[in-house]
Design a protein around this ligand. Structure first.
Ligand code: F6P
Length: 343
């Protein structure tokens, strides 16, 4: 059976590792060919494709981004989107599609499967780790390592200048990157979208540690963290195309408030897309590879409408609908661990 493969949504490290695994396992394990669709769901709708061979997918396991490129295209917002996907599948003689993506890409896969019976298998990716029904998605570990390394660097400059440094990280709706990155980097306070920001708590923690003679602090804030008085995270921000990191400007806002309330010199750094670029960690390469191999097995067992997943270290699969509509927010038990180190 020939398979179509696409990567949708924001890119993340590990996508090329999945592509390599899908192609290798299809060709060597099942003697079947893979066609790469370009730019997410736009590829199968507009028939943008490239052949994927052992040669073209060789030596890409360590490369960030996606050789198939990506977009946030939603076929249901395009003229005859779903129908054109089927026409192009027929043109390429494809029996199935493997869609690698986050919540939006998986939602489209789910809808196409449910409403149009598309033979599709989904593979979860997101640096935010907020996709339901899998313990981890690849890309997250790489982002966390970038954050931890950045905080290490912020420590030395903060210490030299007796400053408070606020580090804004990605995570519009979930604080996984902030919490993991903050714990790993030894942050003095971590703020996440799941808990409204209470300025007095942040200020007290900073003052407490300064009173102990530590004249600098690192505060990690997820881009989606908000003050109680802020409007709730508006999806309209995203519909208007405003998805960029720093979309709420929370890092800068917080730094100003900390400076006013404590009198300590405070600066903000927004890590932004640095967290999404570059080479995947070994963990993400292995996870992406395991996901890709399992996705191909599912296709050849005709287990469509499924998403591969990681549960307690094992690779398994779940109905793709389990992964959509509701995000996996931060485990507040983990946040309690982080709190041990505040102040
Ligand atoms: O969903 C992944 C993510 O990296 C978010 O953490 C971030 O808010 C968003 O994408 C940025 O989107 P864009 O690359 O479209 O600016």
């Amino acid at each position: 059976m020939r398979i179509g493969l696409l990567t949708g949504g924001g890119d993340c490290p590990g996508l090329n590792a999945v592509i390599r695994a899908v192609v290798r396992h299809s060709i060597k394990g099942y003697s079947s060919e893979v066609v790469g669709f370009l730019e997410g769901w736009r590829g199968p709708v507009d028939n943008l494709s490239m052949p994927l061979t052992l040669r073209t997918t060789d030596s890409i396991i360590n490369r960030g981004g996606t050789i198939l490129r990506t977009s946030r295209t939603n076929p249901f917002k395009m003229d005859r989107g779903a129908e054109r996907i089927f026409e192009n599948m027929e043109r390429h003689n494809l029996g199935a599609i493997i869609a690698v993506g986050g919540e939006e890409t998986c939602s489209v896969a789910n809808k196409l499967h449910k409403e149009h019976n598309l033979p599709v298998v989904a593979v979860p990716k997101t640096i935010d780790n907020d996709l339901n029904a899998t313990d981890f998605s690849f890309g997250f570990d790489t982002a966390v390592n970038v954050v931890a390394e950045a905080i290490d660097r912020l420590h030395t400059t903060a210490e030299s200048h007796n400053r408070v440094l606020v580090c804004e990280v990605m995570g519009r709706h979930a604080g996984w990157i902030a919490c993991y990155g903050g714990i790993a980097g030894g942050a003095d306070f971590i703020l996440v979208p799941e808990k409204p920001i209470v300025v007095t708590e942040v200020v007290e923690a900073i003052k407490k540690s300064h009173a102990r003679g530590r004249d600098y602090s690192i505060v990690v804030v997820a881009e989606g963290a908000r003050f109680d008085s802020d409007k709730p995270a508006a999806d309209s921000d995203e519909e208007n195309g405003n998805r960029s990191p720093g979309f709420n400007g929370i890092g800068e806002r917080l730094a100003k408030i900390i400076n006013e309330e404590t009198g300590y010199e405070t600066r903000a750094t927004t890590l932004g897309h640095i967290q999404r670029g570059g080479s995947p960690t070994a963990f993400d390469r292995v996870l992406a590879t395991r996901f890709g191999v399992h996705a191909v097995d599912l296709v050849h067992q005709s287990k469509f409408g499924r998403m591969v997943a990681l549960h307690g270290g094992e690779i398994t699969d779940v109905p793709v609908e389990d992964a959509v509509d509701k995000l996996k927010t931060l485990d507040l038990g983990l946040y309690k661990v982080a709190e041990v180190f505040f102040g």
